[in-house]
Design a protein around this ligand. Structure first.
Ligand SMILES: *[C@@H]1O[C@H](CO)[C@@H](O)[C@H](O)[C@H]1NC(C)=O
Ligand SMILES: *[C@@H]1O[C@H](CO)[C@@H](O)[C@H](O)[C@H]1NC(C)=O
Ligand SMILES: *[C@@H]1O[C@H](CO)[C@@H](O)[C@H](O)[C@H]1NC(C)=O
Ligand SMILES: *[C@@H]1O[C@H](CO)[C@@H](O)[C@H](O)[C@H]1NC(C)=O
Ligand SMILES: *[C@@H]1O[C@H](CO)[C@@H](O)[C@H](O)[C@H]1NC(C)=O
Ligand SMILES: *[C@@H]1O[C@H](CO)[C@@H](O)[C@H](O)[C@H]1NC(C)=O
Ligand SMILES: *[C@@H]1O[C@H](CO)[C@@H](O)[C@H](O)[C@H]1NC(C)=O
Length: 444
């Protein structure tokens, strides 16, 4: 059923629906999950070998990092947005095609599960659109609602990937809406100053808790963009999947990094959500690609047309600072250690640390994360973050990144892919350490 040309006229209907259903439900609800009190530390050795070159094509190079069953593709892209998308599509043709088709299939399965009444992770507003108009139109309404707020270079890159892979532009565009459409829980911290006194570093955590049964676990990739000139920003790395161009996890060559948490349990201070604005995976990428300081990133967030309820985290190793950001269509509040919200016995303020465990109102995870941060306070390092903080909090099932923003070093782990053994969750698996300075500096 192709009713795609109707999308424009349906926007008005969509707008009416959105306005009706974006009021928050009564407050007081909070998440009920908590980590297993018998969670074990992650004592796996960390892979530290330098990246290994596999192959190269015009404007792109494939390396691998890690090893054994925890090998991650490290892809360098050079040129204009179109050239980078095209090179990505040529270099990784088979896996990019499979990933994009698998995400499409995953969306269809999620809708079917919702209709069948089985477990799914789609947002209620999106399901309502799907019920009324079908999946194709629901996706087109979503892309239409975000297009005016999206940088043209996203579409140029998608056109390059479409031309290289033979996939339709439309499909590539649609699957990139998935962040807005699904629910995820996640955790983060920023730690500096006295929290890391023994090393004097600025550290940041991004733990992604999403669907480990979806296609994502099989396509881990770090995509390093080297834009042709400053019109397209500076070098940055997306930690995600082959064929994926939005940002969910990443760092840049300006000592900055991002974290993100989907909020399912907000309080009234979040105000309203909207579907008309920049998808969060795109604003996070704009921060990595174009911003050189925390100040610039906060300005970008303040002035953006924002969409859904989130907590974002942005760290800056140069400023030795981090902010947790309470984010929705109506608010953008920036928190540091002294004014961090919410305040509760399960979410104590900790000097030189900002942190969130799984959600805004999530006592079970937040208090375990707080206890771990307090236990290591004064000596928080990437090593004890990996060994204890995330493994005991049991956060980061799909992937997680620990960023050393002082020395531009990335530690990353992924969920178990198909056909291999060992622990299922990323926080229990071996991490890979990558010195990102030579990675960002690598010339074509
Ligand atoms: C492509 O995906 C397959 C299946 O997941 C995997 O075995 C292979 O290593 C991937 N290739 C690259 C270059 O990432
Ligand atoms: C939904 O139900 C149909 C019919 O019973 C079944 O064939 C299908 O596998 C189910 N799909 C999911 C995702 O559960
Ligand atoms: C950090 O710790 C040192 C030593 O305990 C203390 O002297 C200093 O005041 C602390 N810094 C801040 C900003 O509180
Ligand atoms: C830590 O960094 C601060 C700010 O750059 C600097 O003033 C201080 O001397 C450093 N402390 C140590 C112990 O290296
Ligand atoms: C960057 O490259 C693009 C494409 O070649 C060009 O249009 C643009 O003017 C360039 N910008 C700068 C600052 O050189
Ligand atoms: C985008 O944000 C601006 C400034 O806040 C606002 O005036 C405008 O109405 C917003 N656009 C939409 C479509 O919400
Ligand atoms: C990877 O998984 C395979 C299949 O389960 C297993 O035989 C192998 O020992 C694993 N390799 C490593 C390095 O753990």
């Amino acid at each position: 059923m192709r009713v795609f040309s109707m999308a424009g006229t349906l926007l008005a209907v969509f707008l009416a629906l959105v306005c009706l259903q974006q009021q928050h439900v009564a407050n007081g609800a909070e998440c009920h999950g908590k980590p297993d009190p018998n969670a074990k530390p992650n004592l796996n050795p960390i892979y530290t070998e330098a990246p290994v070159l596999v192959r190269s094509v015009k404007n792109a190079k494939l390396y691998t990092v890690g090893g054994g069953n925890d090998t991650i593709s490290l892809v360098h892209l050079y040129g204009t947005p179109y050239e980078m998308g095209y090179a990505h599509g040529i270099l990784m043709k088979e896996n990019a095609t499979q990933f994009i088709n698998d995400v499409w299939g995953y969306l269809e399965d999620q809708v079917e599960s919702a209709i069948n009444g089985t477990i799914h992770n789609l947002q209620p507003w999106f399901l309502k659109l799907v019920a009324d108009f079908g999946l194709d139109v629901a996706l087109d309404l979503t892309t239409d609602a975000t297009r005016p707020f999206t940088g043209e270079y996203f579409y140029e890159e998608m056109h390059g990937m479409a031309d290289a892979t033979g996939l339709s532009f439309k499909k590539i565009e649609r699957i990139h809406m998935i962040g807005e459409l699904t629910k995820g829980a996640c955790s983060m911290y920023g730690a500096w100053g006295n929290a890391t006194r023994s090393t004097n570093k600025t550290l940041q955590l991004r733990a992604l808790d999403w669907d480990i049964d979806g296609p994502f676990r099989n396509f881990p990739q770090i995509t390093v963009y080297h834009p042709v000139n400053t019109t397209y920003g500076h070098a940055f790395a997306n930690i995600g999947w082959t064929g994926w161009i939005g940002s969910i996890t990443g760092m840049n060559s300006k000592q900055m990094a991002i974290s993100e948490i989907g909020v399912a349990f907000p309080d009234s201070t979040f105000g309203k959500e909207s579907r008309f604005g920049i998808p969060f995976t795109y604003i996070l990428r704009d921060i990595l690609q174009f911003d050189s300081s925390l100040t610039a990133a906060l300005h970008r967030i303040t002035t953006a047309n924002r969409t859904c309820d989130l907590i974002l985290g942005v760290g800056d190793g140069n400023m030795k600072a981090f902010r947790g950001i309470q984010y929705s269509a109506s608010v953008a509040n920036f928190y540091t250690d002294t004014d961090n919200m919410p305040v509760a016995d399960w979410h104590p303020r900790i000097q030189d640390v900002v942190y969130y465990g799984m959600d805004w109102l999530c006592p079970g995870y937040s208090q375990v994360l707080a206890a771990q941060l307090q236990k290591h306070h004064g000596n928080i390092t990437p090593q004890n973050t990996i060994e204890e903080i995330t493994a005991i909090t049991q956060t980061g099932d799909l992937h997680l990144a620990v960023y050393d923003l002082t020395d531009t070093i990335l530690y990353v782990a992924n969920a178990r892919r198909d056909g291999v053994d060992g622990p299922v969750k990323a926080y229990d698996r071996p991490f890979v350490r990558i010195d990102m300075k030579p990675v960002f500096a690598l010339s074509q």
